[in-house]
Design a protein around this ligand. Structure first.
Ligand code: SAM
Length: 281
């Protein structure tokens, strides 16, 4: 994906998702702009989508449609686990995933975000982050997720990889080596979920990932959900576990009051389109 950098006088923010197509937002106001040690961070206001977070010019989160992504990233795994006490989120500095995790009866949730500036900006402009971080069960670690998992002495019930796309500081979070190390800090009956990219645009990456993930985990399934502002609209996630098959759970533990995810969506989201099945075969 190609990104177009914003500037404070720009009337429009565009993200090229392919060479010839993409998404644009009319900029009502530029709320925040800063180049951190890792990436360019921008937050704009748009009439329809509300506040929109860009990292290096790529849309990460919008107030209007973030629930599609965060609910689908978090709840399928947490609803399948009978006692998700220790949960780790890698990335996720906008706080949406942490907010959703805390809807479950977890004992502790770590947010491992590499970029302190993303946290600062999102605390100010996406108030759900501040609220989630004030929960006594939440612990923030400003650290590279790859390094964090190599030094932690904890074992986790659920690990959520809420990374950006495989460019910049996130590239490392999509590689085989990372998943091998991640598995070492997962309890035997644990679950890993990761955002995996666009269903249509990243087919080749999905095929490569499927090869090693299927060897590494007894259950390695892709699942899907819409995210209107992400490239081509349908997003992919991976569900990985040695003990838990997400399609054989008798009682899903779903918190009340969600906007998108429910028991019917849970069953449906693992249905794989023919072109995708063919690609990951
Ligand atoms: N849902 C989003 C998407 O796909 O567009 C991703 C959201 S979240 C903002 C991604 C976060 O991952 C960013 O804040 C980024 O700083 C963080 N990140 C990138 N590489 C990381 C790493 N190696 N360790 C920890 N966090 C990382």
């Amino acid at each position: 994906m190609k990104a177009q950098a914003l500037d404070s006088k720009r009337k429009e923010a565009r993200e090229y998702q392919t060479r010839s197509s993409g998404v644009f937002f009319k900029v009502k106001k530029v709320l925040y702009e800063k180049k951190s040690a890792f990436q360019k961070i921008e937050i704009i206001e748009n009439d329809f989508y509300g506040r929109v977070l860009f990292l290096d010019g790529l849309v990460q989160t919008t107030e209007k449609d973030e629930f599609f992504y965060h609910e689908m990233l978090v709840h399928p795994a947490l609803a399948c686990h009978s006692r998700p006490e220790k949960v780790m989120i890698i990335g996720g500095g906008d706080g949406g995933a942490l907010r959703e995790v805390l809807k479950h009866p977890v004992k502790k949730a770590w947010l491992v975000e590499i970029d302190q500036e993303v946290i600062r900006a999102c605390e100010k402009y996406f108030p759900w982050l501040d609220k989630a971080l004030s929960d006594p069960r939440a612990e923030l670690a400003i650290a590279d997720g790859f390094e964090f998992i190599q030094r932690t002495t904890e074992k986790f019930d659920v690990i959520i990889v809420d990374s950006s796309d495989p460019v910049g500081p996130s590239a490392i979070l999509h590689a085989k080596d990372f998943y091998q190390k991640l598995k070492k800090v997962l309890k035997p009956d644990g679950i890993i979920v990761a955002q995996a990219g666009s269903q249509l645009l990243h087919l080749e990456e999905h095929a490569q990932k499927a090869k090693f993930l299927k060897k590494m985990f007894r259950f390695a399934r892709f699942y899907f959900g819409p995210v209107p502002t992400y490239p081509v609209g349908t997003w992919c996630y991976t569900f990985l576990s040695d003990r838990i098959d997400p399609l054989k759970i008798k009682k899903l533990r779903i918190p009340a009051g969600l906007n998108y995810y429910n028991a019917e969506i849970h069953q449906a989201c693992f249905a794989t389109p023919a072109f995708f099945e063919q690609a990951i075969k």
